[in-house]
Write a protein that binds this ligand. Sequence first.
Ligand SMILES: NC(=O)c1ccc[n+]([C@@H]2O[C@H](COP(=O)([O-])OP(=O)(O)OC[C@H]3O[C@@H](n4cnc5c(N)ncnc54)[C@H](O)[C@@H]3O)[C@@H](O)[C@H]2O)c1
Ligand SMILES: O=P(O)(O)OC[C@@H](O)[C@@H](O)[C@H](O)[C@H](O)CO
Length: 442
Amino acid sequence: MKETVMQFGEGGFLRGFVDYFFKKLNDAGVYEGKVVVIQPIDKGMVNMLNDQNCEYNLYLRGLQNGEEVIEHTHVDVISRGINPYEDFDAYMALAENPDLRVIVSNTTEAGIEYLGTEKLDDKPAKSYPAKLTQFLYKRFQTGLKGFILLPCELIDHNADTLKECVLKYADLWELGDEFKNWLLSENDFCNTLVDRIVTGYPRAEAADICKELGYTDNLIDTAEIFHLWVIQGHHEDELPFNKAGYNIVWTDDVAPYKKRKVRILNGGHTSMVLGAYLYGLETVGECLKDETVSSYLKHCIFEEIVPTLGNTQTDINFGKAVLERFANPFIRHMLLSIALNSVSKFQVRVLPTILEHKEKFGKYPEGLVMSMAALIAFYRTDKANDGAEIMEFMKTASVEDIMKREDYWHADLTEMIPMVQKYYDVIEKDGMKAAYDLVLNK
Ligand SMILES: NC(=O)c1ccc[n+]([C@@H]2O[C@H](COP(=O)([O-])OP(=O)(O)OC[C@H]3O[C@@H](n4cnc5c(N)ncnc54)[C@H](O)[C@@H]3O)[C@@H](O)[C@H]2O)c1
Ligand SMILES: O=P(O)(O)OC[C@@H](O)[C@@H](O)[C@H](O)[C@H](O)CO
């Protein structure tokens, strides 16, 4: 089968998300094309992929309407893996393939960067955008059609940032205006938002799974069933994921989807985990099983976050899906891992809801404000994990001084100090249970 998709990255996320969708597209008979995988950095796993004919088993596991569901897919949509550090020519030769049409990537939050130190004739250039520029320039020279680019990196405006980096390399390497015009007019850099928890290789269960399969698979992948891929652009005719039954949204603006996801899912996590840890729990699953903490989470999501967003049916449904996802018995998500860098997460994921709630309803939301007090109490413990300065300051500074750190919160929070102080005192004197009860009017 022809190769139509080039994928930068061979990690668990892309294999449990993008490759799964292309596999299902092919199976549904609405698309014909394989994915060729490029290893973005010199140390990687394309050899492992090639060693097993680029096939692997993916297990999607979770709750659907309260029932445990497991979906097993033997993914065979990847044609081959190329390591450009070992075979740069094979990588560049792909530019001459007229069938190649889509470029996807997940190079972590660090991958889309402009270094400015590489040369056009490096084999290959170091950063992902530089490698991509080498490739796109070759494509331009062939006179073939441009690409649909779907970066999956979890950074704001992922495609715009990638395009900016490529344009900078075009300037650095003096590739000319004609190339830059082609880049802008013949290629569509689509911002995307990806949402699926991919838990990767199931170390503890792998031996049993291989026994059942009857062969060794070193690249077994696991993920939740839920998926959402929002793509800013309109290529639904060429990539008819929806016809294959998947929740891929083509839109003119990815921003509202991102806001919903960050405020409800990530905001739900960040407002819950610090207090829940102080309360004595370890995982998100335990929180959902605990009556007090799950009531608190539901209160934050459905009484505070969702109403602030606008209380649309879509917001409510997303909130319900998040509860089911958090309760997924197959995922052991540690509170302390979510707690990493909570100060900046709180500023982006929770605080905007608190401030908008006050603006919209004239009062601060009790549950989320309490979570700020819990955050301060958590940073007094030795479990906090954040920048050195933040940890040192947060450990001993007064609630008032912490609230006044506009460099942390990017807002003036003076008005909120008495409320946060009240909850902080309750947590310190009577413990988390008392703070939860106060929020829930018990
Ligand atoms: N696992 C999830 O649930 C999930 C969900 C959504 C998004 N993500 C994001 O995906 C990323 C992790 O992906 P994964 O779970 O497949 O992990 P992984 O470690 O299996 O894969 C990481 C991939 O990124 C590449 N990479 C790493 N550093 C790079 C760099 N500096 N430049 C270019 N490429 C680089 C690696 O070569 C590899 O292909 C994280 O950034 C995470 O935020 C993960
Ligand atoms: O990955 P982080 O540390 O930025 O945030 C922790 C979680 O909120 C996050 O991993 C979610 O589970 C994920 O964003 C779901 O798509």
